[in-house]
Ligand binder design. Structure first.
Ligand SMILES: Cc1ncc(C[n+]2csc(CCOP(=O)(O)OP(=O)(O)O)c2C)c(N)n1
Ligand SMILES: [Mg+2]
Length: 351
């Protein structure tokens, strides 16, 4: 069942990924929708970086370079509230997934500016730390990888009620060396107690400044799933159609079989790790957006000037929004304890 679309070594850096899936064209309207969301996500991250540099935030971290994988993820998820829908345990590079779910990009600006109007944390968390109860998006955690040990919890609850929903968890390659990732593999795959969980890893071949090479005994992160008897794949996450097909296949499996699947996507990190490393755009890695735009041009679905116009419009809209967000209220000191403790005893049945 295991497939390999790309070696996990340095082929991304050279742009020589071995499988682009271009034989599986998606419907034209879907390609255009994915492109619009990828572009919006990219422009959003550019605005967040600018806000940080202008003193309208304390830190930036985000997902430029993961849009080709993260937009299909958001579009394919069964979004909703409660156990009958999918649960998403995301990380700090998931902005494109949020936009694909339907999030307003301005809310990400609010979180950067730490305003009381930020719906994800009411101004108390930093950029990229999403949380959306209406779509079962669990709060993103700053300690990396803990989402992998939390996610089996929602999958167990889904299993217990015979739900059609699945649990999706995602995170980085370096974090997969932590114990929480092993916890996820163990609890997802117990014989007779398998969980409906899609375990994703977006491998950008870095953990801050530590390169992938020399850190892992396994050739691919996905290989680790084999020991636990689950289907695995490593795919080119810089290619929209490859990502769509791989996610669809994996989700269909988890939905139908109610068992785990480990999917690794090779992606780029286009603005370095975070604002701590400068957040400048790197030109040495594959840009999935540029690659997809070239395809859309070749397929005569969108012209270069149409795409340039869209980019200029989104950039202008978010610039204007960032000025408005600057004027929105900051949280009041007395709200510091809000949402820290539950206001009701939900375990005892209070609602
Ligand atoms: C438990 C824990 N250890 C260390 C850190 C510091 N830290 C933040 S991001 C990061 C690197 C994560 O790399 P990876 O998992 O590959 O994700 P990427 O940022 O590359 O997407 C580290 C070590 C942290 N936030 N939490
Ligand atoms: Mg990484």
């Amino acid at each position: 069942m295991s497939t390999t679309a790309q070696s996990a070594s340095s082929s991304l850096a050279s742009g020589s990924a071995t499988s682009h899936g271009s034989e599986n064209h998606l419907a034209p309207e879907l390609q255009l929708r994915i492109h619009e969301l990828m572009l919006k996500a990219r422009v959003l991250e550019e605005r967040l970086i600018t806000m940080y540099r202008q003193g309208d935030g304390y830190f930036w971290i985000g997902g430029p370079g993961e849009e080709a994988f993260n937009v299909p993820l958001g579009l394919l998820a069964d979004k909703g509230t409660g156990l009958q829908h999918d649960y998403l345990h995301l990380h700090y590079r998931s902005s494109a997934t949020l936009l694909a779910l339907g999030a307003d990009p301005v809310d990400a600006l609010r979180q950067m500016k730490n305003t009381a109007t930020d719906p994800y944390s009411r101004g108390r968390n930093f950029a990229g730390h999403y949380s959306a109860r209406k779509w079962n998006v669990a709060p993103v955690s700053s300690p990396i990888e803990v989402q992998y040990s939390i996610a089996p919890g929602t999958a167990m609850a889904q299993r217990a009620v015979g739900s059609k929903g699945i649990t999706i968890v995602t995170g980085g390659d370096a974090g997969s060396a932590e114990g929480d990732f092993a916890t996820c593999l163990v609890w997802s795959s117990r014989k007779g107690h398998e969980l409906p969980i899609l375990i994703l890893v977006t491998n950008n071949q870095y953990g801050i400044s530590t390169p992938w090479d020399g850190q892992h005994g396994e050739a691919r992160v996905s290989d680790r799933g084999k020991a636990f008897g689950m289907p695995t794949a490593t795919v080119d996450g810089n290619d929209v159609e490859t990502s769509w097909a791989a996610l669809k296949k994996a989700m269909d499996y988890v939905r139908t079989e109610r068992k785990p699947y480990l999917l690794e996507a090779m992606v780029s990190r286009l603005n370095g790790h975070s604002s701590a490393s400068g957040a400048n755009f790197v030109t040495t890695e594959v840009d999935c957006l540029a690659r997809f735009e070239k395809k859309l041009e070749e397929r005569k679905l969108r012209t270069r000037s149409e795409m340039d116009d869209m980019r200029a419009r989104f950039t202008e809209e978010l610039l204007e929004a960032s000025k408005r967000v600057r004027e929105e209220p900051q949280p009041k000191p007395e709200s510091i304890w809000d949402y820290v403790f539950a206001d009701k005893n939900y375990v005892a049945g209070e609602s």
